[in-house]
Unconditional design. Structure first.
Length: 158
């Protein structure tokens, strides 16, 4: 009887850890998709949404970093299109840029908490400083775009 309980406990443990590894793989896959030359942003968003819903990965700064990275890539792709075509959808472009900011604020929130040794490691926050430094004027432009389009809630959020 004890052997059956032991086997069941091991099986449950393996299934639980396999789910966590699957979500970490989803995060890495989402980053790889977003970083490609022709990203499938819908697939990347699907993968990262699953990871953000999982208890094992939702408190990982890397997961939130990738979530913001995907939205920033959507903004970059929209910006490229707007540079070529003046009639491109700027609303989607600025919406993606605005959507990246809460994810990146969550990265800072998670990374600014001290670890077991009392140290703070701002690994992804340092990467985000450069991106936000480059995009902060575009956030302002996005807010102006939304206000001109009478989308006041989005304008205030940007």
């Amino acid at each position: 009887m004890k052997m059956k309980k032991l086997v069941c406990a091991i099986a449950v443990g393996l299934l639980t850890s396999a789910g966590a590894f699957a979500q970490v793989a989803n995060v890495k896959s989402a980053e790889k998709i977003a970083s490609s030359d022709k990203p499938d942003l819908a697939e990347a968003r699907r993968l990262i949404t699953e990871a953000l819903a999982n208890d094992e990965t939702k408190n990982d700064p890397y997961t939130w970093y990738v979530a913001g990275l995907i939205e920033n890539k959507a903004y970059t792709e929209g910006f490229k299109q707007a540079a070529i075509d003046q009639n491109a959808d700027r609303t989607a472009m600025y919406t993606a840029l605005t959507a990246s900011v809460p994810s990146w604020l969550k990265v800072y929130e998670l990374e600014s908490q001290p670890n077991d040794k009392g140290k703070v490691n701002l690994k992804y926050t340092k990467k985000l400083q450069e991106v936000l430094h480059n995009d902060y004027l575009q956030l302002f432009n996005g807010g102006a775009w939304f206000l001109q389009s009478n989308k006041y809630a989005e304008g205030v959020a940007a």
